[in-house]
Design a binder for this molecule. Structure first.
Ligand SMILES: *Cc1c(COP(=O)(O)O)cnc(C)c1O
Length: 393
């Protein structure tokens, strides 16, 4: 077992210390166990490990000490009984669905979702008899109206990608639980540094660790956090089906968590500064950022989150042509679909991350041709503004 979090430790202390297990060498930095299998003392121990009679590592599709350290640290940060790490954020979402649902079950999801999640729910799961109703408005009433007797899961992202729509997690917990369904929250944009959905009553938290948890754009990873009874089912699916996290990626993300809190604070501050500046630009029609008083759920974001995050989206006047001009004039901002990096990135969602979705569904999600999404990093905001001004002017 790894370092159990001391109940008096703060979030920042847990982020640096929780989950470390020192080996016989007493290393200070967490060890990277780059091994796919583990050796048994004798035949009897091998049998006991396989049957589950004796706890211990067997094979890295089941457990690996570096992956376990990451899981324990992230569980401590989310205030979860347990965390199960996965190969990517999409593997976390798929594993959750495969573990907890069956043909004939139904999902209610917000329309405003990561593009691949929309694809999974809307185009792939129906082939296996799992249907999703997408809800266009964020109110509890519209979610309630979409429920069916077979609804097993209500799934949201808050704030959402790319429009930063904020959902009332506690209100949606009540809606889901009335119907006997689970509330699952993709907490990618806020991370536990800014929002803890489990404390608001959510059943499971999903992460794309590829984003802020690593924070430096190096590896793919994902996680599912929540109560033991639910996460145990996810773990059973994962150890059999195999979309598990590599120990190398786990080690990178584990070290990323140590700076999560300072990065989220600094990147949120930079994002606010950039959002305010964008709002003053004549070429910009609208800015989407929960930290701005003009954001429709600004008050809710202030109550539910301890920071506004680092994703700023905005509509450029003049549609796709004008938006592409901004992108093509960037010399500092990276033109890439990733987000959550220390390096600021810029994306045109309608032609990239949300390009596979039908134009009608895209319009229903409010993703226009002039929309740009910026994931603000750690560069000085004035340098970002100078870079954007070239294309906006
Ligand atoms: C990136 C992302 C995902 C998917 O994560 P991967 O690690 O790319 O598989 C899921 N949800 C949100 C909000 C994301 O930004």
């Amino acid at each position: 077992m790894s370092t159990p979090p001391d109940s008096s430790w703060s979030f920042d202390t847990l982020a640096v210390r929780a989950g470390q297990e020192r080996s016989q060498f007493n290393e200070h930095s967490e060890a990277l166990y780059l091994t796919s299998s583990f050796v048994f003392a004798n035949a009897a121990q091998a049998a006991a490990r396989f049957s589950g009679e004796e706890e211990g590592n067997v094979y890295a599709r089941f457990t690996n000490p570096t992956v376990s350290a990451l899981q324990d640290r992230l569980a401590a940060l989310e205030g979860a009984e347990r965390c199960v790490a996965t190969a990517s954020g999409m593997a976390a979402i798929l594993s959750t669905v495969m573990a907890l649902m069956k043909a004939g079950d139904h999902i209610v999801a917000s329309r405003s979702l990561f593009g691949a999640t929309q694809q999974l729910f809307g185009a792939i799961l129906p082939r296996f008899g799992i249907e999703t109703t997408f809800v266009d408005h964020g109110t509890a009433e519209s979610f309630r109206a979409a429920l069916r007797p077979t609804t097993r899961m209500v799934f949201i992202e808050s704030p959402s990608n790319p429009l930063t729509e904020v959902f009332d997690i506690a209100a949606l917990v009540a809606v889901a639980h009335e119907a006997g369904a689970l509330l699952v929250v993709d907490n990618c944009f806020c991370t536990p540094a800014l929002q803890r959905p489990l404390a608001l009553g959510a059943d499971l938290v999903i992460h794309s660790a590829t984003k802020y948890l690593d924070g430096q754009g190096r590896v793919l990873g994902g996680a599912v956090c929540g109560a033991k009874a639910l996460t145990e089912e996810v773990f059973k699916f994962l150890r059999t089906a195999g979309p598990c996290l590599s120990p190398f990626n786990a080690w990178i993300i584990l070290k990323g968590l140590e700076t999560l809190s300072v990065r989220m604070k600094a990147q949120s501050a930079h994002a606010l500064e950039l959002a305010q500046w964008l709002e003053s630009q004549p070429a910009v029609a609208r800015v989407y950022y929960p930290g701005l008083p003009s954001h429709p759920q600004h008050g809710l974001a202030l109550r539910q989150q301890t920071g506004s995050g680092a994703i700023v989206s905005f509509d450029v006047k003049g549609g796709r042509e004008a938006a592409w001009r901004v992108v093509d004039n960037c010399r500092l901002l990276s033109i890439t679909a990733n987000l959550g990096d220390t390096k600021t990135t810029i994306t045109h969602p309608a032609s990239t991350t949300h390009g596979r979705i039908s134009p009608e569904a895209r319009a229903a999600s409010g993703i226009g041709e002039g929309l740009l999404r910026i994931a603000v990093g750690l560069e000085t905001p004035a340098d970002l503004q100078a870079d954007l001004l070239r294309g906006l002017a």
